[in-house]
Design a protein around this ligand. Structure first.
Ligand code: 5GP
Length: 183
C-alpha cells in the first residue's frame, strides 16, 4: 500500500502501521481483561468510528461482557463543530453496572464528557474509557482517560475507523493529514 493517499483533495501520510496498532490493542485487551474479569461490564461502542477498534479489541477480551452502541457527532470534514449531537441514544439499562466506553479518538474530550454525563444520569456504577488514540494537546477535560493506545499530536488522522466525511475508515494503518510543505 502507498505511503500517501488523498481524499477530497487533501493528502494523508502513513503514520502508524497496522502491526503497531495490533500490538497496542493486544496490550490494552490484556489490561482491560485484568480489570473487568469479574465485573460483568457493558462495553459502549460509539458509532461509527469506534466499530473497528471495538471489534479488534473485543476479539481479544477473555471475560464475559455485553456490548451496546450509541451514536454522537461533533465533526464536519476535518474540523470540530464545537457541539456534540446525540444521534442514537442509550438502549441498555446500565444502572448499577460498570461501563467501559470504546472510542477511536479523544480530541477535545467533549464527546467523552457528553457520554459520561449521559451514563451518570442513567445510573452507571463506574465509567471508564478506552480509546485507540488521544490528542493530549487538544484535550480540555478533567475526566481521566483510562486506556490509551496512542498519544498523537494535534493533527487530523484517518484509518482504523477514523474517517474524513465517511471515507478512510477501512484503512488498516493510520494516516496523518499532510501539511502543505509535505504534499
Ligand atoms: P472530541 O469530542 O473529543 O473533541 O472529538 C471526538 C470526535 O471528533 C471523534 O469521535 C471523531 O469523530 C472526531 N475527531 C477528532 N479528531 C479527529 C481526527 O484527527 N480524525 C478524525 N477522523 N476524527 C476526529
Amino acid at each position: 500500500m502507498s505511503e500517501t493517499i488523498s481524499f477530497f483533495g487533501k493528502s494523508f501520510i502513513k503514520y502508524i502501521l497496522s502491526e503497531q496498532i495490533d500490538t497496542e490493542i493486544g496490550r490494552l485487551a490484556a489490561e482491560i481483561s485484568e480489570e473487568y474479569r469479574n465485573d460483568d461490564p457493558i462495553l459502549l461502542i460509539t458509532l461509527n468510528g469506534a466499530i473497528i477498534f471495538a471489534v479488534d479489541l473485543l476479539k481479544r477480551l477473555d471475560f464475559p461482557c455485553r456490548i451496546s452502541c450509541v451514536k454522537v457527532s461533533s465533526y464536519c470534514g476535518t474540523e470540530s463543530t464545537g457541539s456534540v449531537k446525540g444521534l442514537i441514544g442509550l438502549n441498555e439499562d446500565v444502572r448499577g453496572h460498570r461501563v467501559l466506553i470504546l472510542e477511536d479518538i479523544v480530541d477535545t474530550g467533549r464527546t467523552y464528557q457528553h457520554l459520561h454525563r449521559m451514563l451518570t444520569d442513567a445510573g452507571a456504577r463506574d465509567i471508564r474509557i478506552a480509546t485507540l488514540t488521544l490528542k493530549p494537546d487538544a484535550y480540555k477535560n478533567d475526566l481521566p482517560v483510562h486506556y490509551v493506545g496512542f498519544r498523537i499530536p494535534n493533527k487530523f488522522v484517518i484509518g482504523r475507523g477514523l474517517d474524513i466525511d465517511g471515507y478512510g475508515r477501512n484503512l488498516n494503518d493510520i494516516y496523518q493529514l499532510a501539511t502543505s510543505n509535505e504534499q
